[in-house]
Every structure is written in structure tokens, then in C-alpha cells.
Design a protein around this ligand. Structure first.
Ligand code: OAD
Length: 237
């Protein structure tokens, strides 16, 4: 195998499942309890903003009661130690809108689907750290307009920082996908792009994902077990 330097890691809801945050597509998952069209599109927000704001207010409050699990902590350790060990870089690209990677200690995290703990002003485009509710239409701290919305990428909107993600993939020796079904694009297509660009590809998941055939290797199991084991292996513990 080529010398391993740069690693891009894509994470999804499965890495936070053992912290007690529902995934989207499992039995009883979030998209079985709520219709995407009711709460996760710009059209839904235009039609019934109270319903959408209430949904995200509840989710924003809930994630603040959850804690990082051993998978988040292991990735944070890799993020900190890998540059010293291998001279390369680790980028964690997450589809998750929780802050458990950061609270686990990770430094290089890119939230391609936005963040629960941010509010985005549709009047002046400012983003603000936001831990409380939005339902009462608080004024934007920058422009004072009551125009804040959750800083979440809804269906039909463009994920954030795709250029940075593709640039990191073009430098990656290893692409690792953790706890994601691969059902949502463009995230689900990153493995193909990584592979086309010459990276090794590894999937760590509870079950085979939609794009499983694109991975050179698949390891199945709960993230809290298989992610720390893989990080130990990589760091030579
Ligand atoms: P999904 O709910 O689609 O998939 C979660 C994946 O995690 C599944 O493949 C599960 O098998 C796996 N999984 C569950 N528990 C696990 C565990 N303990 N350890 C390891 N793996 C486990 O979630 P995502 O792929 O993240 O987008 O969904 C992608 C996007 O769809 C989300 O970012 C969200 C959603 O609509 C937006 O909201 C924009």
C-alpha cells in the first residue's frame, strides 16, 4: 500500500447513534417520525415556519444533553496525533449537525450539512452561535431583523464547502466513511470521487451502506467499538 499521509473521514448519523441521537433512516428513525417535506425543505419553512422552527428548537435542545461517545473521542485523538505521527492531515467531513466531534476534542471538522448550534440570518447573511430557541423570532445580533433560521442545509439546498471537500479528496491517500447510509448526495458520492482520485477507501458501519461496493474494505460493527479499534491500529497502539 502507498505511504499514508492525508486522511479524509466522512461521518454520518451512525457515529452519534450510541450517544442517543436518532439516525434518519433506521427503523423508528427521524424520517419515519417526520416527513422530510414537512420539516426539512425551504418550501416547508415558507409554508409553516412555526412547525419547522419548533422541530429544530427541539433538536437543538436535545443535542445539548448528549455526550460524545468513544468513536468521536477516537477520531479526535487521530486528528490530533496523526500530523505528528505521519506528517499528513486529517479532515473530518461530517453530515451531522450536532457538535459531538468538537466536544470530543476534534479540531478539523467541516459541517457540510450545517450546524444545530448556529443561526443564519436571512436578512443580512450573518451566522451566530445559537443555543436557545428561534420560535419567538429573536432579532439577529448583527442587523436586528427577526429573520434567523436554523443553519441547516435542507433538501434542495447546496451543501457547504464542497470545493474544500473536493480539494481535500484530491490530496487524500485514504477515505474513510463512518456511520452513513450513503443515501444522500453529494455525500454518498464522495467515495467514488476519492477512489477515482487514487485514494484507498474504507467503510466502518453497522451494516453495508448503499455505496458499499465502492469501498476497498468494509468493517461492520457499532461505531463505538470499530472506530477506536481502527484508530489504535493506525496509530500503532
Ligand atoms: P442515515 O440514518 O441515513 O444512516 C445512518 C447509518 O448509520 C446507517 O447505515 C446505519 O446502519 C448506521 N449506523 C446506525 N447505528 C450505528 C452505530 N452504532 N455504529 C455505526 N453505524 C451505525 O444517516 P446519514 O447517512 O447520516 O441530511 O444521513 C445523511 C443525511 O440524511 C443527513 O445528514 C441528513 C439526512 O436527511 C440533512 O438533514 C441535510
Amino acid at each position: 500500500m502507498q505511504h499514508l499521509r492525508n486522511i479524509v473521514i466522512l461521518t454520518g448519523a451512525g457515529i452519534s447513534a450510541e450517544s442517543g441521537i436518532d439516525t434518519f433512516r433506521s427503523e423508528g428513525g427521524l424520517w419515519e417520525q417526520h416527513r422530510v417535506e414537512d420539516v426539512a425543505t425551504p418550501e416547508a419553512f415558507a409554508r409553516d415556519p412555526d412547525l419547522v422552527l419548533r422541530f429544530y428548537d427541539m433538536r437543538r435542545a436535545a443535542i445539548q444533553t448528549k455526550q460524545p461517545n468513544p468513536a468521536h473521542v477516537a477520531l479526535a485523538r487521530l486528528d490530533r496525533e496523526w500530523p505528528k505521527r505521519a506528517g499528513g492531515e486529517v479532515l473530518i467531513v461530517t453530515q451531522n449537525v450536532d457538535d459531538l466531534h468538537e466536544r470530543g476534542g476534534a479540531l478539523n471538522v467541516l459541517h457540510m450539512h450545517g450546524e444545530h448550534l448556529n443561526a443564519w440570518c436571512t436578512a443580512c447573511d450573518a451566522r451566530h452561535r445559537w443555543t436557545g430557541p428561534l420560535i419567538q423570532r429573536p432579532p439577529c445580533p448583527s442587523c436586528e431583523e427577526p429573520a434567523l433560521r436554523p443553519d441547516i442545509v435542507w433538501f434542495g439546498e447546496m451543501p457547504y464547502r464542497m470545493d474544500d471537500i473536493y480539494a481535500a479528496l484530491s490530496e487524500a491517500d485514504l477515505f474513510v466513511s463512518i456511520g452513513t447510509s450513503g443515501a444522500v448526495y453529494p455525500a454518498g458520492g464522495l467515495v467514488r470521487r476519492a477512489r477515482d482520485l487514487g485514494a484507498q477507501t474504507l467503510e466502518l458501519n453497522l451494516e453495508r451502506s448503499k455505496g458499499s461496493a465502492w469501498f476497498h474494505e468494509t468493517r461492520l460493527g457499532p461505531a463505538s467499538e470499530i472506530v477506536p479499534a481502527w484508530v489504535d491500529e493506525l496509530l500503532g497502539a
